[in-house]
Design a binder for this molecule. Sequence first.
Ligand SMILES: Nc1ncnc2c1ncn2[C@@H]1O[C@H](COP(=O)(O)OP(=O)(O)OP(=O)(O)O)[C@@H](O)[C@H]1O
Ligand SMILES: [Mg+2]
Length: 303
Amino acid sequence: MAVFLAVANRKGGVGKSTIAVMLAHALSVYGGKRVLVLDLDSQCNASLILMGGQGWNEARKAGKTISDYFYDLFDGIPANARDYVARNVGDVTAGNGKPAPIALVPGSLLLEDIQGELYLKQASQSHIPDVVANRVRGRIELLIRRFEGDFDVVILDCPPGLSFAALAALKTADKVIVPFRPDYVSQLAVDRIALLIEDKRTIDDLAEIPIEDRRYTCLANYVRDDNKHYMLIEEISLVHPLMETFLPQREGIANAFDFINERRSIETKYSDAIGDVKELHIETEKLLEEIVKSAQKDKVAAH
Ligand SMILES: Nc1ncnc2c1ncn2[C@@H]1O[C@H](COP(=O)(O)OP(=O)(O)OP(=O)(O)O)[C@@H](O)[C@H]1O
Ligand SMILES: [Mg+2]
């Protein structure tokens, strides 16, 4: 059974897609995991990083994107979810020299329009907006879950705003990784997404859930070695769970955004940032272990 990791923050440009893909590379190469990335953002950045513009365009023309998948299967048509998955994407090799086992359901510029259409389809069956919205989100959630049998980890790269797909991703995720830049706006953005994930109205309500029991964890990105950044990060850590890994601003991370149509080692791809990638990987493996353990406990308790 796959573990679902969402990478989300309603704020744009905090490194969601970069980190989603970094995790896919690290978990497949260092962890030997079968990884699937679902690109839920109509900007399609995760897809561009993993398959380049040409590869993405081919997927789009072939009708094999996330919006084709949602649209085609929304009404329970018994088509195969696997048909929408592009295999062996990315531009890195695994340790054995073969392509790292990363799969992708490519993003689509039409994802927002299609969600609108799905809403209208449902609205013909009910006139209560909340019921319709919950149904659309619930159906998308089921479609996201369909991949759980084929992969060890499914990474959901979320768009910056709120959409049915983003809400479904937040509901599905075993853990939501919330990247943030250490500034005051980000702090508010982290508060807001935390409330959404834990379904609480105020930060006081949120505090009732022990930090170690939260379904999300924050990841500081673009960290500078100065006191102001450390103070902001500490303030966030008083209210929210925080990963020990901090990602600094690095050329190797910025350059990893560019797909190169020639496979190389993960060390070559991430160059000066490879230490950060390894640190993030080790901490994420621990998160995955905890998730699997707690799922096993729940299973035993249910019997
Ligand atoms: N630690 C870092 N060091 C250097 N550059 C970074 C780092 N993290 C992200 N970037 C760069 O910042 C830009 C924004 O990153 P990215 O697209 O991953 O953010 P995002 O949160 O997914 O944005 P959006 O909300 O638009 O989806 C990219 O150009 C990326 O290369
Ligand atoms: Mg993004």
